[in-house]
Design a protein around this ligand. Structure first.
Ligand code: GLP
Length: 236
């Protein structure tokens, strides 16, 4: 595992964009794994800028997002589908049918999760996965637990995650935050060829310190990234 430290959020976002752009240039039909949350907003803004400046072509790119809230319609202002449309997809030349986000509204969520895994496999697998990290060390919505499903699954959110996301995105209203989500599993994520994890701000110090301690524990799901051979932490 490699760690790169940046002087501020803007520099980290730019560096992450450079990695994504270089990957897409080297392989125009790149499959990207993508996160939501506040951390990747700067990265997505940089990618939109690069696209508008003619520096990158997303027409052959495919994307798979990590997670989605259960029960929020895709048009809901806090759904991760809407987030991705507003932050990135609506502003670049990606083919909408190449963008995949787990369904949080399917009648049979488990069946939809399995179908999502099949689509991911059929795509050839993720070339570059961009991750964020929760204050409790979660990646995707894989919350600290003694055990967890390996692949895309329905998951209950930790109290801490509900609180953090309520404050950041739901005007502090914990009741408004869905209590369950659909998330790729750690094994889904670990199958990516290359992983970069973005972390910004002091609230993540504890999670990053646990990863850097090199002790593997599902109490901090991010620590399992040590089992992958090509992971870079981008920290600011
Ligand atoms: C969210 C998402 C994660 C994200 C993390 C950190 O709840 N499910 O994929 O990486 O929490 O979010 P933020 O970037 O807002 O700190």
């Amino acid at each position: 595992m490699q760690k790169l430290t940046y002087k501020n959020y803007a520099a980290m976002s730019r560096a992450a964009a450079d990695i994504v752009v270089a990957t897409v240039k080297a392989k125009p039909n790149t499959v990207l794994g993508l996160p939501t949350g506040s951390t990747p907003i700067g990265l997505y803004a940089e990618l939109v800028k690069d696209y508008k400046a003619g520096k990158v072509d997303f027409s052959k790119v495919t994307t798979f997002n990590l997670d989605e809230y259960v029960g929020l319609d895709v048009k809901h202002e806090q759904s991760y589908r809407r987030f991705m449309q507003e932050q990135l997809f609506d502003h670049i030349n990606i083919n909408p049918s190449n963008t995949h986000i787990p369904s949080g509204t399917a009648k049979d969520l488990n069946k939809a999760a399995k179908e999502f895994e099949v689509k991911l496999k059929e795509s050839g697998g993720v070339d570059l996965f961009v991750l964020g990290i929760g204050t409790n060390g979660h990646i995707g919505f894989n919350e600290p637990a003694a055990g967890m499903p390996a692949y895309t699954h329905v998951v209950g959110l930790a109290e801490e995650t509900i609180k953090v996301n309520a404050d950041k995105f739901f005007g502090g209203d914990m009741e408004a935050v869905p209590k369950t989500a659909v998330s790729m599993g750690l094994a889904t994520i670990m199958q990516a060829k290359k992983i970069i994890l973005l972390s910004s701000g002091e609230s993540k110090n504890d999670a990053i310190a646990k990863i850097e301690s090199e002790i593997l524990t599902l109490d901090c799901p991010g620590t399992v990234l040590h089992m992958h051979r090509d992971v870079t932490l981008l920290v600011s």
